[in-house]
Design a binder for this molecule. Structure first.
Ligand code: PMP
Length: 292
């Protein structure tokens, strides 16, 4: 079945979908994007994705191309036209098309909106622990990775480095020696406090230095029902290597327990009990939205 894309108000064959060469996304990576997971036809945590898109547009002073209701309808229509029941809806907004000049166009131009959808098989059982191997590398991104900018060159290079090393993801380490996040996922560890025995899930604070992931947001929201606590505090590579468990979160890949980091096994190298609990919780969170 031929795919269909939405481009600036029109539904067009995906293979022929185009924006102009003077689009500022193409020229300057002057734009942002969102990826909304679709499971059994349900858009998971949809509002949080549109909230983040709105925030990014406001940060970059790009006008909203359409209101939220229209965007949601366009997303559903594109998913429907492409028969995507399990997959991803991709939304990209750029500052629009104008003669190449770094500063914003003096004559206002409409922002460009592109929406596409693609299939992505979802595991039958979302609680299934699919482990990954991770490597580490320097965080070479700009100083505002909290904005979901389409300027992803350091992320591309980091993911390629992982692929070439036979790993799934690169977790990035900043100049302070702290793990910020993966090239396309938030990074977490699980540890037990030596004195109190308390179980702690640690991840970098959702400040200017990481993307505030939507799966991350969901885990923070779900954490109230557990014995363990989430601590939003960066960790070092040494702390990571000493962790009981580690995992990463993203809309494209949900929750993936980490088997090894730079070839060194984390914990037992098997999915740990805390990660399994989180996988179960998140599966219930998705099911509650209709995404069985
Ligand atoms: N960090 C980065 C750099 C990412 O690209 C992503 C994936 N969009 C995430 C974290 C996870 O965010 P989310 O849970 O919203 O997919």
């Amino acid at each position: 079945m031929p795919r269909t894309a939405y481009v600036n108000g029109r539904y067009v064959p995906h293979a022929h979908a185009q924006v102009g060469i003077e689009d500022r996304g193409y020229q300057f990576a002057d734009g942002i994007y969102e990826v909304v997971p679709v499971i059994a036809g349900a858009f998971i945590d949809e509002d949080w994705h549109w909230d983040r898109l709105d925030r990014g547009l406001a940060e970059l002073r790009i006008d909203r191309p359409v209101n939220r209701k229209a965007l949601s309808l366009i997303g559903r229509r594109v998913a429907g036209l492409n028969r995507v029941r399990d997959g991803l809806v991709y939304v990209q907004v750029t500052r629009g098309e104008a003669p190449r000049d770094h500063k914003f166009p003096t004559k206002p131009v409409p922002p460009a909106l592109v929406v596409t959808a693609r299939h992505l098989p979802v595991p039958k059982d979302l609680s299934e622990a699919r482990m990954i191997d991770v490597i580490t590398g320097p965080d070479e991104r700009w100083a505002r990775p909290d904005i979901k900018s389409i300027s992803l060159l350091p992320n591309v290079l980091a993911k390629q480095a992982a692929a070439e090393a036979g790993a799934y993801e690169t977790w990035m380490i900043n100049a302070l020696g702290e793990v910020t996040e993966g090239s396309s996922a938030n990074a977490w560890l699980v540890s037990r406090d030596a004195d109190s025995g308390r179980v702690v899930l640690r991840t970098h604070p959702a400040d200017r230095h990481v993307l505030n992931g939507i799966v991350r947001t969901a885990l923070v929201a779900l954490s109230g029902q557990h014995q363990w606590q989430i601590e939003e505090r960066a960790f070092t590579l040494d702390e990571l290597l000493a962790a009981d468990e580690a995992f990463q979160t993203s809309s494209g890949n949900m929750i993936r327990p980490v088997r090894s980091v730079d070839g060194r096994v984390i914990g037992t190298g098997e999915p740990g009990p805390v990660v399994q609990e989180i996988l179960d919780d998140f599966a219930a969170h998705v099911a509650a939205q209709g995404g069985v």
